[in-house]
Design a binder for this molecule. Sequence first.
Ligand SMILES: [Zn+2]
Ligand SMILES: [Zn+2]
Length: 138
Amino acid sequence: METVEKLTRTLKSHGLKLTPQRLMIFKILEDNISHPSAEEVFKRVKKIYPTVSFTTIYKTLETLRDLGEIKELIIDEDRKHYDPNTKPHHHIICKVCKKINDVFEDFSPHIKLPDSMGSEFDVSCFQISFHGKCRNCN
Ligand SMILES: [Zn+2]
Ligand SMILES: [Zn+2]
């Protein structure tokens, strides 16, 4: 996820417009390191656009994901979370308070497929999710 100008161009190249809701979601996610869920994004948009529906928010998040502007994280079994940082990185999640933090570490020297599978797959990326309890919850 980069600038509003870039987002406008990306949307345009897909025949889409920068609607107030799309801009709002962009602003909420911009530089957001809390990995909000669709529900959390919805609550914040609703404060400014009380008539907005959850479906609109969810569809907008899906559009931004499909355009490669945001990443959808499936590391919490209860709900999807969204990450504006589309660069490769990993996550650590607290089982109690559900807080998700980024882990910026290159694990690639340590992680590889078993040789038997390595010949069948050409791996381009991987994501690691660490699960446990944060200091506050411990
Ligand atoms: Zn916690
Ligand atoms: Zn992240």
